[in-house]
Design a binder for this molecule. Structure first.
Ligand code: ATP
Ligand code: MG
Length: 420
């Protein structure tokens, strides 16, 4: 696929454009200001599943706009608005559209995004814009085609007629080009929408999913491993806003192990917005468990303490569920029996989005989202330090409860919560 070079222009809509748009302006007078100052080089982002939402659609769209604005605010001023299943992002003076475009690739709720040039809704203006905006790219390829879409059905040409007209005109300007309808080096897209026409090259894939915040708030158990960041990412992608929790065991685990978790949270915040990790000391609890419990039961009882504490923190933050990176059968402590015995001690739902994933697929996902290298740093986790080589694969709940009866559960939890 040809790389698209974008020619920037600070051109504003011409007087003729405004005249033509008058009827629309009467209908949507609040858009008038937007039209007057419409920037020529914009980002056009297509909403994903949001458009399938019925009554709730406005709410989802509002969240998406808020998340977009927050994400690109470091790169200057942008005008951001939604119309006809798309979001328009227009840079204002001096703002950095390149940086904003990169950042928007990680915003959940968009299926695709592209840089586009806005112009008058008239066939010759569209040709002029395509020449000006994509001319450099057109010079560097040998074949092309034009594809048009009309969201504004009052446009006087059909999509096919418009594509043929613009294709013909561009061919006359760039005679070295061969029109190729099947595998062109460059496809030029034209979208005739309510406000204006837009010209752009191929769109890039967006992050997909649903806007952060539309799926409620959840606590996520973030270890330093490969799995839990991926589990967190997957739930965030479905709209959950996250409160990460990490259990650390000084002096058995190092400060670097904590720093690693903070780095994972920073990476995840590219997708999830700012995350603040709740660090919980787990040394005393782990030592007590080791003292009172037969080897095979240490892991499941440690898990139960993590879940109990996570539930308390989750409630304080108004979360409705707990997320973990557990996976069925990956390690001996992750049998159905062990997971069920762990869950018994809390009433909040526990989501395990990776439960049925193969390790190789989880690792590939971790690479794709950029957490793999951080997770692969060597610093040990409290579980690796305290858990025995051979945990019981089928721990009995009655046995778990008998062992726990020898521990002062409430005092241990209280102590961990008040001494971060
Ligand atoms: P991960 O790669 O996410 O560490 P894992 O395959 O190593 O997972 P375990 O170490 O058994 O599996 O942990 C299972 C899940 O329990 C983790 O995915 C994570 O959600 C949670 N967990 C484990 N250790 C911690 C910890 N120290 N702090 C917070 N959560 C933890
Ligand atoms: Mg682990």
């Amino acid at each position: 696929m040809a790389m698209v070079a974008h020619k920037k222009s600070s051109k504003t809509a011409s007087h003729a454009t405004i005249q033509k748009l008058q009827p629309l302006v009467k209908k949507y007078f609040f858009l008038y200001a937007i039209i007057l100052t419409m920037s020529n080089d914009i980002i056009l982002l297509k909403q994903g599943e949001i458009i399938l939402k019925g009554q709730n659609r406005r709410e989802f769209e509002k969240r998406l706009l808020e998340n977009i604005k927050r994400r690109i605010s470091p790169f200057g001023k942008f005008k951001v608005y939604a119309m006809q299943s798309a979001v328009y992002i227009e840079p204002q003076d001096g703002s950095d559209i390149d940086e904003a475009f990169e950042a928007l690739k990680t915003v959940f709720g968009a299926v695709s995004l592209t840089r586009a040039a806005a112009c008058e809704k008239n066939k010759d203006a569209i040709v002029r814009e395509a020449e000006a905006y994509l001319g450099e790219t057109l010079k560097s390829v040998s074949s092309f085609k034009v594809e048009s879409k009309r969201a504004d059905k009052s446009f006087p040409m059909s999509s096919i007629e418009l594509s043929q007209y613009v294709g013909g005109a561009l061919h006359a300007i760039f005679p070295h080009l061969t029109p190729d309808m099947h595998s062109p080096e460059l496809t030029i897209f034209i979208e005739v929408r309510d406000l204006a026409a837009y010209v752009h090259g191929p769109a890039q894939r967006g992050a997909g999913g649903l806007p952060i915040g539309t799926g409620g708030k959840m606590a996520t158990l973030l270890s330093g491993g490969i799995d839990s960041p991926v589990a967190s990412y997957m739930m965030a992608k479905r709209g959950a806003s996250l409160v990460p929790i990490h259990f650390y065991s000084h002096p058995y685990t190092s400060e670097q192990a904590k720093e690693k978790v903070a780095a994972l949270a920073r990476k995840l915040s590219d997708y999830c917005g700012r995350l603040r990790v709740e660090f919980v000391p787990f040394t005393r609890i782990s030592e007590e468990i080791r003292k009172k419990s037969p080897d095979g039961y240490v892991t499941v009882i440690m898990r139960r303490f993590m879940l109990r504490i996570a539930e308390r923190i989750a409630k304080n933050h108004g979360c409705s569920a707990i997320i973990t990176g557990d996976n069925l059968g990956q390690v001996a402590s992750q049998t159905a029996e062990a997971l069920i015995a762990a869950d018994e001690c809390v009433s909040m739902p526990i989501f395990r989005p990776l439960i049925a994933f193969d390790k190789i697929d989880i690792m590939n996902k971790a690479r794709e989202i950029g957490t793999f290298d951080i997770s692969s740093l060597p610093f040990e986790d409290c579980c690796t330090v305290f858990t025995p080589k051979k945990p019981r694969t089928k721990p009995r709940l009655s046995e778990v409860l008998t062992i726990e009866a020898t521990l002062d559960i409430d005092a241990l939890i209280e102590d961990a919560l008040v001494n971060p």
